[in-house]
Design a protein. Structure first.
Length: 186
């Protein structure tokens, strides 16, 4: 075993007294569970509970991830923004399938949201641009606000014994279905 391996194995795991995810008590709508968990994260997380890993797909099929900020959630979907001429903007133009992954360490919670992104209108994009701390007073024609329309959610509640509870929601025929993830790991 290398020194790094030994160091990694010695790192502490999850804290005791983690919340419990009861699949039988989960709401039918995954957006409601996300809202509940997000409100918990707002109260518990030290910084940026709205930060998430955001993954797109390159034309050759290579997945690419980076950290973004959730801007809003409404009927259009889970909103995020970038330059339309950025790599992620071009990847979304080529293939709009994408994933958001939130990790809230203090509660041992992870939420994966997968679906298709679509560009929102110019007025919404420019309003988002004007709200940025780096706004210079001039419009940015390349700035684009997007919304991910979810097709899948996976809620993972960590357990100290690492037998985590994973609840998956899938949109099928316009209706959400949900159940425990049947595989032993993600």
């Amino acid at each position: 075993m290398t020194d790094l391996r030994a160091l990694l194995r010695a790192l502490p795991g999850f804290v005791p007294d983690l919340p419990v995810l009861d699949p039988d008590a989960a709401p039918h709508d995954p957006n409601a569970l996300f809202s509940q968990w997000f409100e918990d994260a707002l109260e518990q997380e030290d910084r940026q509970p709205h930060a998430m890993s955001f993954s797109t797909v390159r034309p050759d099929g290579t997945p690419v991830a980076r950290t973004l900020i959730l801007k809003d959630v409404d009927a259009s979907g889970y909103q995020f923004s970038t330059h339309s001429t950025s790599r992620k903007g071009m990847e979304l133009a080529d293939d709009p399938r994408c994933t958001m992954l939130f990790w809230w360490r203090s509660a041992g919670r992870q939420v994966r949201i997968t679906g298709t992104a679509h560009a929102l209108d110019e007025a919404a994009s420019q309003a988002d641009w004007e709200a940025r701390p780096s706004y210079t007073g001039r419009p940015n024609p390349d700035w684009q606000l997007y919304a991910l329309q979810p097709e899948e959610f996976e809620f993972m509640q960590a357990r100290e014994d690492r037998n985590h509870t994973r609840l998956e929601y899938r949109l099928e025929g316009g209706e959400w279905t949900h159940g425990l993830v049947p595989t032993p790991a993600g």
